[in-house]
Design a protein around this ligand. Structure first.
Ligand code: SF4
Ligand code: SF4
Length: 157
């Protein structure tokens, strides 16, 4: 019995040790939250299905990156972009063109327009006002503070 407990503990700590080391090597911090961006890679924000469609977050976004479900989005909405635009990765787009909604049922965030409020506020404003805490870090989109600042400058010339 004693040996089983020892094995379970060592497996538990080994797993966490591996997570800490791999996240450190990837440039992110396993310990910190998104409010401390100085030394790790931040994540973009996403809205989960828990959204109750209250609309509180939409007017708070400095980049107009939040849209109601079923509504088309544009790069030019609430930014200084217009006409033909080129991204750093070589992608091209028409800033005034309407794009397919990313969700039909609940509010959604356009990742390409979300800067985690970097350059405007100390913390993501959508997450700060959401009454049900459904504006959360998106693990699929990790960006450094530098990249988020560059994005902010791209959106607001
Ligand atoms: Fe907009 Fe800031 Fe929320 Fe991103 S984190 S969607 S920039 S309010
Ligand atoms: Fe949905 Fe939260 Fe935004 Fe309200 S504040 S619309 S619940 S994401």
């Amino acid at each position: 019995m004693f040996l089983i407990i020892i094995c379970a503990f060592s497996k538990f700590f080994h797993k966490r040790f591996v997570i800490v080391i791999t996240t450190y090597l990837k440039g992110s911090c396993y310990i910190c939250t998104s409010k401390n961006r100085k030394h790790f890679t931040a994540m973009a924000i996403m809205i989960t299905d828990e959204c109750i469609n209250c609309g509180a977050c939409e007017p708070e976004c400095p980049n107009n990156a939040i849209y109601e479900g079923g509504v088309e989005w544009r790069f030019s909405d609430g930014t200084d972009l217009s006409g033909h635009i080129s991204g750093k990765n070589g992608s091209e787009a028409d800033a005034d063109a309407e794009n397919e909604p990313k969700s039909m049922d609940v509010y959604y965030i356009v990742t390409d327009k979300c800067t985690e409020c970097v350059g405007f506020h100390d913390e993501p404003q959508c997450a700060a006002v959401c009454p049900v805490d459904c504006c959360v870090d998106d693990p699929d989109f990790r960006e450094s503070e530098e990249a988020l600042l560059e994005k902010k400058e791209f959106l607001h010339v």
